[in-house]
Design a protein around this ligand. Structure first.
Ligand code: ADP
Ligand code: FBP
Length: 334
């Protein structure tokens, strides 16, 4: 292996730059040349590759986003698009790829490998933390801390005006950000796909709280929850409990930006190095991850098909610390 290329794809996440830096610097350390592909798979298709030296990744470890840019590429989903991508990969003499992203990115890399045998090792970059094969994904810790600082601020108004706040956090199909920010933010409840919460349960929770003289409430809602997004849950609650002063705050993309935390920078650096070492050792179609503090490689087919379950203990913590008996909850927690 002489020359590798690194790209970021899917949603950007804080810490991706630290990972790019680690890939570039470790590749050079091991005597490889490195190219950066701009805008993920779109850049592969359009031949947007730039050579990267050690200085090209100076002063980025602290920056959010991705200096390589990211894109969701429809064209790469087509055989025609992937063929163009392959022609560029050959033209630039690339013999290995590091893809930083989530399951979509890894699915694309696997399809590409099956067709054109270009090896790829992945690094998990998504704020959602919903990837099997790693305890934490790059960006998750920063997103939780950003959500937490917003929750702390909102709590001041909730308390001063005795209001209920429904705070919507990101998580397309999962409540990882929701549950962790709910515990750290002292929220009453975390409404998320894994808990299968119902509107009835939210209403019961609020009634119980007010009967216990609680004057303000913070409820965290994961955007991917099937009973609805924070606004629709709040609307339904307002119909049932019109006397409560309910407000909604959707945190949105603010959670995806900003300087990565130390934990994300360290994880990203470790996984960037791990991805390069994996490629050098001949690995392909695997994601570098950290499980129980140990670097490991998980096949893309597992990261794509297997679900990483949320630690039930976290759900239990939110429920017990907020005055509801865990064994009374008549629903199964996934
Ligand atoms: N089945 C597929 N075949 C080819 N490319 C795919 C496939 N699934 C995803 N991709 C590529 O991977 C990109 C990133 O996937 P996406 O789901 O948007 O983000 P993430 O990597 O964060 O899960 C997509 O925009 C697409 O270009
Ligand atoms: O910015 P977009 O393209 O609307 O995507 C929003 C989605 O991306 C995320 O921020 C991160 O998800 P991925 O990294 O898996 O793409 C989700 O939480 C959110 O649902």
């Amino acid at each position: 292996m002489k020359r590798i290329a690194v790209f970021t794809s899917g949603g950007d996440a804080p810490g991706m730059n630290a990972c790019i830096r680690a890939v570039v610097r470790s590749a050079h350390y091991f005597g490889l040349e490195v190219y950066g592909i701009l805008k993920g798979y779109d850049g592969m298709i359009h031949g947007n590759l730039i050579e990267m030296d050690d200085r090209s990744v100076s002063n980025i470890i602290q920056r959010g986003g991705t200096i390589l840019k990211s894109a969701r590429s429809e064209e790469f989903r087509t055989m025609e698009g992937r063929k163009k991508a392959y022609e560029n990969i050959k033209k630039f003499g690339i013999d290995g790829l590091v893809g930083i992203g989530g399951n979509g990115t890894f699915t694309g890399a696997e399809v590409f490998y099956n067709e054109f045998q270009i090896p790829c090792v992945g690094a998990p970059g998504t704020i959602d933390n919903d990837l099997y094969g790693t305890d934490f994904t790059i960006g998750y810790d920063t997103a939780v801390n950003t959500a937490l600082s917003a929750i702390d601020r909102i709590r001041d108004t909730a308390d001063a005006h005795e209001r209920i706040f429904f705070i919507e956090v990101m998580g397309r199909d999962t409540g990882y950000i929701a549950v962790r920010s709910a515990i750290a933010g002292g929220a009453e409840m975390s409404v998320m796909p894994e808990s299968k919460n119902s509107i009835k349960e939210v209403i019961q929770k609020l009634k119980h709280g007010t009967s216990q003289s609680k004057s303000s409430h913070i409820i965290i809602v994961a955007e991917g929850h099937e009973v609805g997004r924070a606004q629709s849950i709040a609307d339904k609650v307002k119909k049932e409990l019109p006397e409560l002063d309910a407000k909604v705050t959707t945190l949105g993309h603010v959670q995806r930006g900003g300087a990565p935390t130390a934990a994300d920078r360290v994880l990203a650096s470790r996984l960037g190095l791990g991805a390069v070492e994996g490629l050098i050792k001949g690995k392909t179609n695997v994601m570098a991850g950290v499980i129980n503090r140990t670097l490991c490689y998980t096949p893309f087919k597992d990261t794509i098909t297997k679900k990483k379950p949320i630690n039930k203990e976290l759900i239990r913590i939110v429920e017990i610390l907020n005055g509801r008996k865990y064994h009374n909850i008549e629903r199964e927690i996934l």
